[in-house]
Design a protein around this ligand. Structure first.
Ligand SMILES: Cc1cc2nc3c(=O)[nH]c(=O)nc-3n(C[C@H](O)[C@H](O)[C@H](O)COP(=O)(O)O)c2cc1C
Length: 154
């Protein structure tokens, strides 16, 4: 098969959704999501990052198109979130989150600089960010994640 057939092209999908997990259970549930994700995503060559902030999830999934779409469809059925909205989806030139089958970060006060950059601190509203802006947000989070490992979940 050709290397450039649709199934082999790298795709990236970024979506946001509202967390529907009680605050008291959130760290535990996210730990469990990350554990499951690492196992499943490794098997289908998906990498990505999951951000949790102010009641929102923002997640990037990258890998073969079919694997990305079937994983996203499975995630959509998960009762731990709701109101999912795709912010960007399509072919990507390379992996941005290649180090992680899935890593998660809950934003903390120490991450203010990132939120300042996005002028998103007053009201974090990822559903109104462009695909490019949300990718910038996630790659900035990836940067601090790599440097600090603080605030990492799972
Ligand atoms: C916000 C969110 C992100 C998730 N991300 C992933 C993921 O990247 N990969 C994955 O396999 N499951 C992910 N899940 C979990 C799936 O919804 C589902 O529970 C899981 O894939 C089932 O896997 P299992 O049949 O191996 O237990 C996510 C769930 C939520 C709520």
């Amino acid at each position: 098969m050709s290397q450039i057939s649709g199934a082999r092209t790298l795709h990236r999908l970024i979506y946001t959704s509202r967390v529907s997990i009680p605050e008291a259970a959130i760290d535990h549930e996210i730990g469990s999501i990350v554990q499951t994700s690492r196992r499943n995503n490794r098997d289908v060559a998906i990498t990505g990052l999951l951000l949790v902030h102010e009641g929102y999830f923002v997640q990037a999934l990258e890998g073969p198109a079919e694997a990305v779409m079937s994983t996203y469809r499975r995630i959509l059925d998960d009762p731990r979130h709701e109101k999912s909205k795709v912010l960007s989806a399509g072919p990507a030139a390379g992996r941005e989150f290649g180090d992680w089958n899935m890593c998660a970060r809950r934003m903390t006060a120490g991450d203010d600089a990132i939120l300042d950059t996005l002028r998103a601190r007053d009201r974090f509203a990822p559903e109104s960010l462009s695909g490019a802006a949300v990718l910038r947000l996630l790659t900035a989070v990836r940067g601090i994640q790599a440097r600090t490992r603080l605030g990492a979940l799972g």
